[in-house]
Every structure is written in C-alpha cells, then in structure tokens.
Design a protein around this ligand. Structure first.
Ligand code: NAD
Ligand code: DAU
Length: 351
C-alpha cells in the first residue's frame, strides 16, 4: 500500500492511472479537492478496490495520523501543492499554507509514524517529495541546464514555496533520518491538465475562437515532458533512488513559448480545421508579461538516467499529438473543468 497526496490533480491522477496499470499495490489518495482537484480525472477507477480516495488536507495532522495508522503504507508520495505561478502572484497565501505549512505538517505525521515502525519496515520506508525545476531560478541562453547541484534561486512565490518545502524534506532526512527522496521536474503536459496552464489553455481557446495569450515576447523557454514519462520517473525513483538524494527529471525538450503555441495551432489545423479555413495561429495575441517571468528552464537529466536508467519515451511531437487528440476526444471533461471558478480566474487574469 502506498499513500499519495494531491492525486486528483493533473500529474497525480496520471500517476495513479499509470501505477495501477502496472502494479497491483493499492493506493490511498488524499486530496483536498481544491479548484485544481477533480474526481472526473479518476472516474474510470471508481469501482477499482485498489484506489481509495479520501478528501482532506495534507496539513491536517489528525487526519493524516489516522490514515497512516489505518493503512500502514510502505511509502508516502507528496504531489499535493498549489501549482500555478500566476495564481501565486495574485495570492501567495494559499501557496505558503499548502506548500510550506502543509508539507511541514505532513512530514511531522510521517516522522511520528515512521519512528514507530519495526526496524525492517523503517529501513524500507520512503517519503518521496514531488518538486519542480523552478526552485533553481532562471537560466541565460548559454547557461548549462539545471543540475541537482545548482543553488536554489526561486523567483516567484510559487517557486519560493516549493523551494521551502524541498528544504524541509532535506532537513527531515539530515536531522531525523527520515528516508526521503526528492524529484525536481520540468514542465509537464498531457491528459487531465487543468486549462489555466499554457498548453491546455491554448488548445481550448483555439477551439473556442478566443485569443491565444502569449506573455511578453513569447521567447521564454521551457523544457517540456509528457506527463506519463514523469510518472514513470517517480515510480523508478521510489523503487531504486538513493535515500536523501534529489533527482532532476526533464524531457531534453527546450521550446520557446511561441513555438509551442504555433505547433499546437498547426496540429489543430490538421485535426480540426477552423470553419472559415483560416489558420488557428491568427488567434495568437501578445499580452502583458508575467511579473518576474523566468526566461529559461532546462533540466540536466543525466543523473536519473545514469543511476536509475530512466529516459523519456515521448518526443515533443508524439506527446503534443496525443495531448491535442485527448482534448478533442474529451469534450465532457473539458465542460466540467471550464465552469464557474475557472471562468472567474480567466476573467481576473486576462480581463
Ligand atoms: P495540480 O494543481 O494540477 O494538482 C494539485 C492537487 O493537489 C489538486 O488535486 C489539489 O486538490 C491538491 N491539493 C492542493 N492543496 C492540497 C492540500 N492542502 N491537501 C491535499 N491536497 C491538496 O498540480 P500538478 O500540476 O498536478 O502538480 C503536482 C505536483 O507536481 C506539485 O507538487 C507541483 O509543484 C509539481 N510539479 C508540477 C509540474 C507541472 O508542470 N505541472 C512540474 C514539476 C513539478
Ligand atoms: O517548470 C515546472 C513548472 O511548470 C511547474 O512547477 C508548475 O507547477 C507548472 O505550472 C509550470 O509552470 P510554468 O509557469 O512554466 O507553466 P505555465 O503553463 O503557466 O506557463 C508556461 C509558459 O507559458 C510560461 O513561460 C508562461 C507562459 N504563458 C502562460 C500562460 C498561462 C503564456 O505566455 N501565456 C499564458 O496564458
């Protein structure tokens, strides 16, 4: 049995699907169901006894203590977080609460549980913390990609809150001996991605005939990884990662935002052309830049490849093809996530 947190969200729900497709080990999924948590992401598992869903906060000590005592997991994987940089600029409080205070409380519950385990189970136990490349800050065009040894230089409230949580996880290992692992991954994309983020936002806006908002000059670079590749990396680190280590995970796929958006437009032109026959790229609109916008992220993923044999399977071309097709094939899911709260956010962010 493993306990996972935040797995009604984008990456976590993909992780649960991938895990249960490849393992028989059951999963307890603790998720608060914030605006980003969505049980529709898990609906195909509704009758699967290997998936136990619990609604709740990672910061709720009494609840987490109870779940640990009841299910006796051999590992806890922490995906739960506030994850959207733009929201962290509008309102950083929730990010401090979940990503910093929540992670602290979760670590304390796990430490109490782990300390009381018999020696063999203690040695086998793992706490895996899912984190981001944004903790490293930003790169100039000629800089080498982020290695695990890069200093932390977070620039947004989101990145600072994740960096704080990474530091807590590290300290709980060094001080208390908790057997932790941390992954720092680049930008994910794929099914179930909430459409506040660039790739799904552009797909859905394009289909709806709305502007495709590009911040600033659109030359910011991100290193894109198909979400299933990230899920396999996490499973591999859990299986064989060295305790106390961090592993960078990335796609070797650096793309400027404008090129990502043009690629999506071109795929849509082929798969579902506009009724007026014009290219979707005509909807591209340059808008005000994100404050403090990091210019470039890139991940050096050689450590996880060398030590654990993990490499991404999807190319950007194969992954984006699957992603665009998935959004075209799931209009009901799209309808479910683009109601009330979502429209409020879009109004606030884009006017
Ligand atoms: P998401 O926003 O889609 O999902 C987050 C989930 O966490 C939601 O289901 C939400 O309900 C839940 N949650 C939030 N606060 C909670 C709390 N206090 N207690 C319990 N559950 C809570 O995020 P995501 O994109 O799936 O990211 C998952 C993790 O991966 C995050 O830790 C994020 O920092 C990290 N990450 C994301 C990316 C990316 O590109 N999306 C890349 C690298 C790392
Ligand atoms: O690098 C990993 C991180 O990737 C994760 O830790 C975060 O949780 C995840 O949200 C993502 O952060 P980004 O800020 O890079 O992702 P986002 O999709 O919001 O933006 C990608 C790029 O596109 C970024 O340079 C900002 C730009 N952008 C975004 C939006 C929403 C636009 O130009 N227009 C937009 O409307």
């Amino acid at each position: 049995m493993i306990l996972v947190t935040g797995c009604a969200g984008f990456i976590g729900s993909n992780f649960v699907h991938t895990w249960l497709a490849e393992h028989d080990e059951p999963v307890v999924n603790l998720d608060q169901l914030t605006y980003a948590g969505n049980l529709d992401n898990l609906s195909s598992l509704a009758k699967d006894p290997r998936h136990i869903f619990v609604q709740g906060d990672i910061g709720d000590r009494a609840l987490v203590d109870k779940l640990l005592a009841q299910h006796k997991p051999r590992a806890v994987l922490n995906f739960a977080a506030e994850s959207h940089v733009d929201r962290s600029i509008h309102g950083p409080g929730d990010f401090i609460q979940t990503n910093v205070v929540g992670t602290f409380n979760l670590l304390e519950s796990v430490r109490a549980y782990w300390s009381a385990l018999p020696a063999a189970e203690q040695a086998a136990f793992r706490f895996l913390h899912v984190s981001t490349d944004e903790v490293y800050g930003t790169l100039a065009p000629q800089d080498p990609p982020f290695a695990e040894t890069n200093p932390f230089e977070p620039n947004s409230p989101y990145a600072a809150s994740k960096a704080s949580s990474d530091h807590l996880v590290r300290a709980w290992h060094h001080t208390y001996g908790l057997p932790v692992l941390t992954t720092n991954c680049s930008n994910n994309y794929g099914p179930f991605h909430f459409p506040e983020k660039l790739i799904p936002l552009v797909i859905l806006n394009a289909l709806a005939g709305k502007p495709l908002p590009i911040y600033g000059d659109g030359q910011q670079v991100r290193d894109w990884l198909f979400v299933t590749d990230h899920c396999h990396a996490i499973a591999r680190v859990l299986e064989a990662g060295r305790v106390g280590e961090t592993y960078n995970v990335g796609g070797w796929n650096e793309k400027a935002n404008i090129d990502v958006v043009k690629t999506i437009c071109a795929r849509l032109d082929q798969l579902r052309s506009r009724s007026d026959g014009k290219p979707y790229a005509e909807q591209i609109t340059f808008v005000k830049d994100r404050p403090g916008h990091d210019r470039r992220y890139a991940i050096d993923a050689r450590k996880i490849e060398r030590e654990l044999g993990w490499k991404p399977k999807e190319t950007f071309e194969s992954g984006i093809e699957k992603t665009v097709q998935w959004y075209l094939d799931h209009p009901e899911w799209v309808q479910g996530v683009t109601s009330g709260e979502y429209r409020k956010w879009i109004g606030k962010q884009y006017g």
